[in-house]
Design a binder for this molecule. Structure first.
Ligand code: GLC
Ligand code: MG
Length: 580
């Protein structure tokens, strides 16, 4: 048992509970109890048969969220874009990508969603613009003020030979520096060369981007997911980065330690300024509408939780995925307990936790941990305190789709080669949503959508899962419903490693029936006495949810005795204490 959390809890005046029990600040704002669901607009629902998802498609499916209990949808970028990086390369912050629809379609989506009680947040991408953005087109011609919106450098002359300004490597492979003959200089890009980094040391850039925020706030949205926050500012003197020592090709991202291009102190106050801008907007409107700001950054824990201090309501917790330099290992129950306790031990105690299992950049959770373990890890993130951020399709157990090199479209993969692309491609997690067993899984009337549908759609689809007595979807619904309890909102969170292979989690509050989640991460059965792990449990508990493959489906509603709790191999159970 480590000493730090004990010390923390003593300071917090709660020394009577053990080191893995966390108090929860009672949520007061809508987003603190929200389940955020990421929609990948290209892949969610196509309304006009062109094989690409669109806004009207999303609007037609809003009841899905109400059915499921999701309360907030996040739309990945919907702006005008040449689509080199699936819309993260924005060429006009004030226009919609025409394939997705019109401004009217957008306002209809927001209005309809809000009438259904849903919140809508959108991506905000301030690190870069598309190279086709008017600002960059003018910058390339040397026209001010636009030239100074970007980061230029002439490189280092060694006699007649011109060297790069630094050894920095882009997240999408190759140098961060791209030469422009016309300007006799390089420009900086942390991602694709078609995504040109903005110069955040230039105050005009801040003024421009605040106008962008205001524009979308005027359209009634409920908040932003801010893209790529660790990458805003780079070291001003272009110092070379040191070698990481990882055994990877020398032109790929993980070859270097990103001490000069990531997590720079100057990036943090930018988020703070946007937060203040949003708050000022609310005041100027004379109402008290609360808007949320989430931030996306894969970094070491200290850098991530620091965003809380700079106005981020929800710094995404990616530690089930990666810390930015190495992929997370979630092979054992110990790994999972460690990830959870690391977050609780490091986040400010008066803030709201966040849990992410997957998104449009990373392999789907069902592929990563296997379908047997998918329900269990979802029960945990849905029932611990905080905001779970879900990726579209995970609620029905969608898995990654294999695509050949020829079928691959993602820039991050296409910048590599046929041998390497599978470690980089993000297409497998971006294939269309599987609504039913009809043409293109009900995603589109077009039988050849922009990315092919996963072959498993005949059985893995929402319609089938709604009909089945037991399904990933129904388990999702049931787990989300438990968030509407006082014990979920206010109860302590206790996370325990049980007999090596089981993750145990309790939510407890005086006078309320506790919620217990037990997730067996291994392929061996175990019978345990829960009293050895959790204090003050009632003697008996009712099984309310069990993972699809546990074999316990017929036992739902049964009473279990806490002193001999049988947990099947790979089984996951949610139990409610019975006060009687
Ligand atoms: C973020 C996005 C990713 C995108 C990158 C550049 O990491 O999630 O999809 O490629 O930023 O905008
Ligand atoms: Mg930058």
């Amino acid at each position: 048992m480590c000493t730090l959390p004990v010390l923390f809890l003593i300071l917090a005046g709660t020394a009577s509970i053990d080191a893995t029990t966390y108090n929860v600040t009672t949520p007061t704002e809508w987003w603190q109890t929200a389940v955020i669901y990421e929609i990948w607009p290209e892949s969610f629902k196509d309304s006009d048969g062109d094989g690409i998802g669109d806004l009207n498609g999303i609007t037609s499916k809003l009841s899905h969220f109400v059915d499921m209990g999701v309360t907030c949808i996040w739309l990945a970028p919907i702006y005008e874009s040449p689509f080199v990086d699936s819309g993260y390369d924005i060429s006009d912050f004030y226009a919609l990508h025409s394939t997705y629809g019109t401004l009217d379609d957008f306002t209809t989506l927001v209005k309809t969603a809000q009438e259904l009680g849903l919140k809508v947040i959108i991506d905000f991408v301030p690190n870069h613009t598309s190279d086709e953005h008017e600002w960059f087109v003018k910058a390339k011609q040397g026209i001010e003020p636009y030239y100074s919106y970007y980061i230029w450098n002439e490189g280092i002359m060694y006699g007649d030979y011109r060297g790069l300004p630094s050894n920095w490597i882009s997240g999408f492979t190759g140098s961060t520096w791209e030469w422009v003959d016309e300007r006799n200089a390089y420009y900086l890009h942390q991602f694709s060369k078609h995504e040109v980094d903005l110069n955040w040391r230039n105050p005009d850039v801040m003024e421009q981007m605040k106008k962008v925020l205001t524009y979308w706030l005027d359209l009634g949205i409920d908040g932003f997911r801010v893209d790529a926050v660790p990458f805003f500012v780079e070291s001003a003197n272009f110092t070379n980065e040191t070698l990481s020592g990882q055994d990877v090709p020398s032109d790929t991202y993980y070859y270097l330690n990103h001490t000069e291009t990531k997590d720079q102190p100057e990036s943090y106050p930018l988020v703070q300024e946007w937060k203040e801008h949003i708050n000022n907007y609310t005041v100027s409107q004379g109402n008290d509408k609360v808007r949320v700001m989430c931030t996306e950054g894969y970094s070491a824990i200290d850098y991530v939780v620091k965003w809380y201090d700079y106005g981020s309501d929800v710094p995404f917790n990616f530690f089930f995925i990666s810390d930015g330099q190495t992929s997370a290992v979630i092979d054992t129950a110990t790994d999972i307990v460690d990830i959870i306790t690391k977050w609780y031990n490091n986040m400010p105690s008066d803030q709201t936790a966040n849990w992410v299992l997957g998104n449009h950049d990373r392999s789907r959770i069902a592929t990563k941990v296997g379908l047997y373990r998918t329900d269990g890890i979802h029960f945990l993130i849905l029932l611990m305190s905080g905001v779970p951020t879900l990726y579209f399709g995970d609620e029905i157990g969608m898995t990654d789709t294999f695509l050949t090199w020829a079928e691959t479209t993602d820039v991050q993969a296409c910048n590599t080669n046929e041998t390497e692309y599978l470690s980089w491609t993000r297409d497998p997690e971006r294939t269309p949503y599987q609504w039913d067993n009809t043409t293109a899984a009900g995603f589109s009337t077009n039988s050849t959508p922009f990315l092919k549908v996963n072959e498993n759609y005949l059985t893995v689809n929402l319609a089938a899962e709604k009909e089945a007595d037991f399904s990933h979807y129904k388990n999702f619904q049931k787990a989300i419903a438990l968030r509407n309890t006082t014990v979920w909102r206010e109860g302590t969170v206790d996370v325990e490693l049980i007999e090596d292979d089981v993750i145990g989690m309790s939510r407890q509050l005086d006078g309320e029936d506790p919620i217990i989640v037990l997730v067996n991460w291994a392929n061996t059965t175990v019978t345990v006495d829960l009293d050895s792990y959790f204090a003050d449990l009632p003697d008996t508990m009712e099984l309310v949810i069990a993972d699809m493959y546990s074999g316990l489906n017929d036992n739902i509603g049964d009473t279990y005795n806490k002193s001999s709790m049988y947990i099947p191999a790979y089984g996951a159970m949610v139990l409610l204490g019975t006060s009687s």
